[in-house]
Design a protein around this ligand. Sequence first.
Ligand code: TTP
Ligand code: MG
Length: 395
Amino acid sequence: MLMAKRKFIVHVDMDAFFAAIEQRDNPKFRGKPVVVGADPKKGRGRGVVSTCSYEARKFGVHSGLPISMTYRKCPHAIFLPVNMEKYAKISRQIYKIFYDFTPEVEPISIDEAFMDITGSFHLFGTPRKTCLLIKSRVKRDTGLTASVGLAPVKMVAKIASDLKKPDGLVEVSPEGLLGFLWPLDIRKLWGLGGKTEIILRKMNINTIGELAKKDVKELIDMLGKNGAHFWNLANGIDERGVESAEEAKSIGNEITFDKDTLSREKIENTLMLLCEKVSDRLRYDGVKGKTITLKIRLEGFKTYTRAVTMGVPNNFTDVLYKEIKNLYNRFDSKGKKVRLVGVKVSKLSPADFRDTLFNEAGDRKKENVHSAVDKIKEKFGTGSIHRASNPTIGK
Ligand code: TTP
Ligand code: MG
């Protein structure tokens, strides 16, 4: 069996970003409660707090709090308006630093990003050293502190960066992942909030560990598809990769079997059909993709992804299928039935882009066949042409 490669995902989040910039630029504000946001107008102001310094947080002030209430809680705070232009400039400076460490940067907000340093940390020593370097570069170039989380999966890196704020660095190893996650409150799970939280608390689920140990079927009954999603997260399974700007766009399709299946033939046929659908869509949109991702959900709802990046972008069914089949052959389901399969193509580029490495003549031929097929489909509908091995899903 091919083990998935261990990943090193970093989440960086600047501390009290807007307020820290104001404190940096005006020494008189340092060590004091600083509130950035709407004008309080001596308690009669409207609008909310954008953010505040850690000194102001001690008074119960936080982002989103009405400014009038903030004034009552902390009238002696230094109230400042939002200077977005200034903050955006510093944000660009910080992102530039991130890109010095890896091209795989996924922007989340003005002061927060994911980075995949799996392929680059060796240039800087260890993954931990890389994180320390990121922090010190940010400090040196901007005078500001960042908090960093380092973990094998995205969601855990995000939780970790928040735990020792400000100026924190929290590292979670694969072995320590569940021990780290399970004592935490369910609210720490990325994306879990509002109604979901209320339902789970009613079910007497308060920690991530309690969620992880619950029967997934029960969770699905209560929460629908989200039940499986949060259960996977609670078990430390988060297959989402860091999506750099060029990878953010993708085209994919997935199918849930009527009945969970062990039949390789049925699964392969379904994968072929999915490749055809994705290939159709890529060509319809005039794009090709470099990265092909296979998604497999097993009975019991554990979900896995396996990806391969090709040397040159492509959008042909047979090329996609060859790669997908390779990924599938190397996946070990440990005798478990398969519930769902999906195919996704990302790292897209325009289809008319010609790579010099491309075998142009051969590919043109294929392109001609494909465009002939497209024409027939356009005329007679998509049911008119199929490869011999296409299945009828659900049979
Ligand atoms: P955050 O990273 O959420 O907050 P923060 O950097 O101020 O503090 P922390 O140390 O907890 O990370 O948001 C980044 C900036 O985005 C923040 O400085 C101000 C702005 N912001 C708003 O304008 N409104 C909001 O509701 C939030 C949450 C943030
Ligand atoms: Mg922040």
